[in-house]
Design a protein around this ligand. Structure first.
Ligand SMILES: [Mg+2]
Length: 317
């Protein structure tokens, strides 16, 4: 590292300066002090590890910082909650300098600003690879968090946005190309600058969602997790899956890192909810199947009905 720790911390404190009214003590003391609101606290954390989650040769520091916050916002969104504060812990290596680190915090700040989220503390250490861990604290009205375990037989299975774009973007980025099509550029941004569906998650919750999960590890894997937690089965219609225009169906089913929301909802609530999400956020809501009794996930395609294996990113497989 080309500057001292205190100098870097002072600079980072400036990038992150500002705090919401509920933050009584922010960056700079031994710990932050926050006065909680009237709702339930919703807390999530995620670590991104160099070599596992990102490749520094084609990931900018700014995009990495942005995404490290967004992946947590997506989990807050999947509970139907609203993000409030964040803290981060970073491991840096001798291969990165102060400018790179400041860019990383700039990206974090961008993601925080988009969602009125306050980064209220952090920690830096030197290590063998770059790791970026972010914790986000959110709030939801008492007893109103939407879990994975409430899906009911007869519910519609819905998904926001499109699937497979992130996996397609990663493949495009890792390859070599002189120029990209519009769809390919969109896939790249889906990978490096994913959107957290925070407003959409709250809308889905208010519409009466019985279960919700964000698609981080792959559609088929995350849907199977929701079904298992709820003690139900799901049947999916292949032709209804909103495949990103640059992606294959396999990337949509198993690619992961789309950070779209997958929810179960009483069928009567679907049409007004879809209209609301389109009107408020420009986000499409697709009905892709239904919940039934039993267990596991099946998919109907041109060849008939088959079992959809939970394929995706299993971190310990
Ligand atoms: Mg999640």
């Amino acid at each position: 590292m080309d500057v001292g720790e205190q100098e870097l911390l002072t600079a980072i404190g400036k990038v992150l300066s500002g705090a919401g009214p509920e933050v009584l003590v922010g960056v700079g003391d031994d710990a932050a002090v926050v006065r909680p609101g009237p709702g339930d606290l919703v807390i999530t954390t995620d670590v991104m590890v160099e070599g596992t989650h990102f490749d520094r040769t084609f990931t900018s520091a700014r995009d990495l910082g942005y995404k490290a916050v967004v992946v947590n916002l997506s989990d807050i969104a999947a509970m139907g909650a609203s993000p409030r504060q964040a803290v981060c812990a970073l491991t840096l290596t001798d291969a990165v300098d102060a400018a790179w680190t400041m860019e990383l915090f700039g990206g974090m700040r961008e993601a925080c600003d988009e969602h009125a989220l306050w980064m209220i503390g952090g920690n830096l250490a030197l290590g063998r690879e770059v790791t970026v861990a972010v914790t986000v604290i959110g709030e939801v009205a008492r007893g109103r968090a939407v879990t994975r375990s409430g899906a009911q037989v007869g519910d519609a299975v819905v998904v926001t946005g499109s699937l497979g774009g992130s996996a397609a973007g990663l493949k495009i980025a890792a390859g070599s190309a002189v120029s990209w099509s519009g769809d390919e550029r969109d896939a790249l941004s889906r990978h490096f600058r994913p959107m957290a569906r925070v407003g959409e998650g709250q809308g889905i919750a208010h519409a009466g969602a019985t279960g919700m999960i964000d698609i981080s590890d792959g559609f088929s894997l995350d849907l199977s997790r929701l079904c298992r937690a709820s003690g139900v089965a799901a049947n999916i219609h292949a032709s209804s899956i909103p495949v990103h225009p640059a992606a294959t169906q396999d990337q949509a089913l198993a690619g992961g890192e789309d950070y779209e929301l997958l929810a179960t909802i009483p069928p009567a609530a679907v049409v007004p909810l879809a209209a609301e999400l389109m009107e408020q956020f420009g986000t499409r809501l697709s009905v892709i199947g239904e919940i039934g009794p039993g267990e596991g996930v099946t998919i109907d395609d041109a060849a008939g009905r088959r079992t959809l294996d939970p394929v995706g990113w299993d971190h310990f497989a």
